[in-house]
Structure formats: C-alpha cells, structure tokens
Design a protein around this ligand. Sequence first.
Ligand code: SF4
Length: 421
Amino acid sequence: MASVMNDGARALGRGGLGAVMGSKNLKAVVVRGRNRVSVSRPEKLSFVLNESRRWIKGNPVTAVGLPRFGTAVLVNLMNELGVFPANNFQYSRFPEAESISGEALEERYLVKRRSCWGCPIGCGRVTRAGGLEGEGPEYETLWALGAQCGVGDLEKVVLANYLCNDLGLDTISAGSVIGCCMELSQRGLVEGGPRFGDADAVLGLLEDMALGRGLGKELAQGARRFARHRGAGEYAMQVKGLELPAYDPRGLQGQGLSFATSNRGGCHLRAYLVGPEVLGIPKMVDRHSTMDKPGLTIFAQNLNASVDSLVLCRFLQFALSDEYFARMLEAVTGVPYKAADLHRIGERIWNLERLYNLRCGMDPAEDTLPLRLLREPASEGPAAGRVVLLEEMLPLYYRARGWDERGIPEPQKLASLGLAP
Ligand code: SF4
C-alpha cells in the first residue's frame, strides 16, 4: 500500500507502486523540460478545448459540485443512498457522516481551493488542522480513515490524511485494513486490538504500518493477508488483494460487477458505475437492477482504459463524451480517430491486462466479492435486504467480453483484437 507521491500531496495511490519503486531502490523520478509539445492541428485542438470547457462549465458535477466541495461532496449523498459503508462494511450508512462531510470540511478547515495546472474544474483543496496545513482529504479518504473505522472526528481524519501523505500510504488500503482489524478485535480475534471509533488508534497504527512496528507490521501486508493469517479471510473487504473503496455495492449492482471484474482488484477507477447508477452520467439507470450492467461495465472499462492511456483526468468524463476524447487525440496526433476506435483500443488494453494477470497466476475465480456483499443483505437504508447478484451478471459479462465460461479470452476474440499469440 505504498504510494508514489508527487507534487507534495498527490498520490499514485493504489496497488503499491511505491513498494515496487522501493524494491528497486528507486527513490524518485524528476522530470524537467522547456520544449513545447508539438501538436499536429493546433486550431482544431483549440476549437475542441473551447467546446470542452463549455461542457465542463455547464455540467453540475464539474461546474458546481467538484469546484465547491471537491470529491468530498459525495459523503452526504452516498450516505443518504445507503451505499456509504461503515465499520468494515457491517453497515451501509454511517450515523456521523454529516460530521465528516465535504460541507463540514469546507466550514471548519478549508484554507483555499487548488487546481492542477490548467484545469478549469479545480477540485483540490488546501486545509489547515491541528496547526498543520496540507491537501485533502478526498472523499475516499474521509471514508477510509473515517466511516470505515467508525471515526466521526473530522480533525483526526484530516490529520490522519496528512500523516498518510507524509508516510506515502494509500489512504484507502490503510484505512480499510485498520477497519478490518477493528472488526477482528470486535470478534475477539485480535487480542487488545483497536476498537471502532478510536481515532488515536488509527493515527498510531498508520505510523506503525509505515515503520513496520508491532501490529502495524502485520497490517502493512494488506487486509487479505492480515485477515487470512488470523483465520478470518472473509472479513477482509478486498478483491484480488486490493482493498475496496467507499461504495457499498449492495446498493449498486453494476459497481459490484465492476469491482469483481476489475483487473487490478477492488478499484472504482477501472469502471465508475456510480456515474450511471447515481449521478445519471451518461444516463440514469436503476442501481438495484442487474439489467444491462455487464454491457455498461464493459463500456466503462474499455473507455477508461483508453482515456487513462491519454493521461487525462478521470473527472473530465463527468462532462465529456467519448467523442470529445477521440477529437482531442485526432487534433494532437493528426491521425483520424472516432469514439469507436477508443473503445477498441480500450478493449485491447483490457484483454492484454487480463492475459498478463492469467500468466502471472491469477485464478479467474478471483472475479468475485467478499462473501459479506454476496450473502449478508444490507441491513438499513434504501438498499436494505439486498446483496450483490454477481452470479446473474458474471456469466453474461464473460460472454459479452468474448471469454469462455471460466473467464479466459477466446482465441477468436484475441485474434480480432490483434492479440493472437
Ligand atoms: S485535473 Fe482533475 S484532479 Fe486536478 S484539479 Fe482538475 S479535476 Fe481535480
């Protein structure tokens, strides 16, 4: 769960890339340059960017929600919908959500807003707490170091976020494994372990994890290894070893499928089905229905893989359609691209990643979710009584991907993508 940190407080935070750098004794990468990036059709690019800015300024998420509250704008909304997990996903709502919300953060700790270079959205925020100043916390962090650990003390959550940035810890995984440990303590499986709601224990354990001390050394192995080692693997809320982010998929069927099939495990960035299932982007769908979710998941996974390879911020997708990304790429390279080309490129990337995972020994049976989300119905809120209906969706997903019933890409699919061995 070691992040690669950049620009002070920005983290390439998931999957432990910092640990990979560390294993190679690579301390830092410095990039500097004075040349301009040459663009094939500058006039066309400037036209597309002007149009894009208009869409961004006309979209409520990119024009109001993100600039005003940052990603933390999601806390109250997700809690209201009953998809804001608390206490290691034992609950789908957190009673103290209001006190760790974007609104509370703005009122008590915001110093100023911040934007990445040239970005018209500006979702970043500089905060001050406990005599310290830093960036964030983001929505995921407010959840992981807050609700996931039963902590409603916003100041302590802000400080825990600063600490993670200083130590280079992925806040989602760090908070999630502590929440897992708290549940094991609650069940008597970790003697003298931390209890839900103990903010000081969270701060202490973050440092212990980074420095390899005591219980922290065990936790630094991640929730899957930690819980298995304690004979309670089912309480690790993870997929393929990566801890899940801040959405309870029992109230978001499509997001559940996309977590289960994500190539890098429990990640919301491979396919953000919260877009159509909650925000109505690109269109509103019934979040409790499994209908069309395999197709929507594949659409999002392919497009995201493509847009990621363009090195564009994911938040642009709230306002811009696939067609705009194709037009930008065409203007920069001079090579004609259509939206369908981006989806095909993304499909190639997705299949290549799948082949890589399989070759590295991943068992397709890992396309699943923690048992709790499949068997224990949500106990409260609008999703009460529901579990993720993965068994309904997964076979359809495999078929639509052109994979066999075990989840292995069929030779004809690979040939059609130019990936045949
Ligand atoms: S580029 Fe993305 S992350 Fe950076 S300020 Fe803009 S919207 Fe936020």
